[in-house]
Design a protein around this ligand. Sequence first.
Ligand code: ZN
Length: 150
Amino acid sequence: MNVESMYQEIILDHYRNPRGRGLIEAPEGESHQVNPTCGDEVTVQVAMDREGHLHLGYEGQGCSISQASASVMAELAEGFDLATAEAARAAFMEMMRSKGDAEPDEDILGDAVAFVGVAKYPARIKCALLPWMALQDALVKSGAMKEGEK
Ligand code: ZN
């Protein structure tokens, strides 16, 4: 199996078997993001525990790319500290801007490396980015991250 079809399998698997889907009990920040060109919607909720670890919940509907991306993000970032979550988000944004040429770092991105091929399709980039945009907005709203911090 080549890398491209392996990545497609990862995306489909997250779409069919979403990880960590569902809202959390006491969210400190929440963000609802919509991608009108594709019809995707994602709500992401965040809370930081006393040790400074991120907990997140989400729900959404839309295409396989957007929903798989939310599942991958939720699985990856759960338990991260803020700096690590930010590093992962920055790495994901960079990969999606690469037009598919990036060699993404699996140590930082985990299963999210599977979206590198999506970066070749401008119409789908927003689908993949949607949950990560919601994560950032939810973190700003929770007060964990200041606006404009990158
Ligand atoms: Zn979409």
